[in-house]
Ligand binder design. Structure first.
Ligand SMILES: Nc1nc2c(ncn2[C@@H]2O[C@H](COP(=O)(O)OP(=O)(O)OP(=O)(O)O)[C@@H](O)[C@H]2O)c(=O)[nH]1
Ligand SMILES: [Mg+2]
Length: 175
């Protein structure tokens, strides 16, 4: 996959994909957006009241050109159709708790007609899961083959770039 060469609000022409972060309050959605948009992390918590979006364009060998990714933090009144969702669940939960939380948010994603759903196990610096646990969690959640689980930390900047690229690849494969 190619390098990111532009971070800003003016998308380049080409494919645009919209990815929505869905999840309970305080699960790290804004922290992911901040890593994505400005590679920054703010330890202070402020609840996000509106849907917010950050935009980035990539040159991708596999897409044969430029593609633009819109990363949305979804809070309410979704009026823009999303191509994929990432459900955020904190890594301090047990697998059984993650299963329950996932079911609720999968229902939400279906109600919003979001066709592809992934899971981010967030704040891995505070929990016990590592990237090696992703496949185990994916199978416990009974996810379809094009859905992925990522174990990430915005605080230590672990796994977020890889997650975004992997979700993009899954979207390109579906095109
Ligand atoms: N230790 C640690 N803290 C994190 C991480 N990600 C986010 N936080 C902190 O957890 C709190 C909540 O994170 P947010 O990103 O604001 O959560 P949110 O899901 O956007 O919350 P809402 O806007 O209320 O829906 C903030 O204080 C963040 O700084 C992480 O990876 N590790
Ligand atoms: Mg937020």
């Amino acid at each position: 996959m190619g390098n990111c060469f532009k971070s800003g609000t003016k998308p380049y022409e080409g494919f645009t994909f919209k990815i929505g972060l869905l999840g309970r309050s305080s699960t790290g959605k804004t922290a992911i957006v901040n890593r994505f948009s400005s590679n920054s992390f703010n330890p202070n918590y402020t609840h996000t009241r509106k849907n917010i979006v950050a935009v980035k364009s990539y040159v991708l060998d596999e897409a044969n050109g430029v593609m633009t990714l819109e990363l949305w933090e979804l809070q309410n009144n979704l009026t823009v159709p999303m191509d994929a969702a990432i459900i955020t669940i904190e890594s301090t939960y047990s697998i059984e708790e993650i299963q329950d939380i996932y079911k609720d948010w999968l229902d939400q994603a279906r109600k919003l007609s979001i066709p592809q759903v992934h899971v981010a196990i967030t704040m891995s610096d505070l929990g016990t899961y590592t990237e090696q646990d992703a496949e185990k969690i994916r199978s416990a959640l009974g996810m379809s083959s094009d859905s992925r689980v990522f174990v990430i930390s915005a605080s230590s900047n672990t796994g977020i770039t890889k997650m975004m690229k992997s979700v993009l690849s899954a979207l390109i494969r579906k095109k």
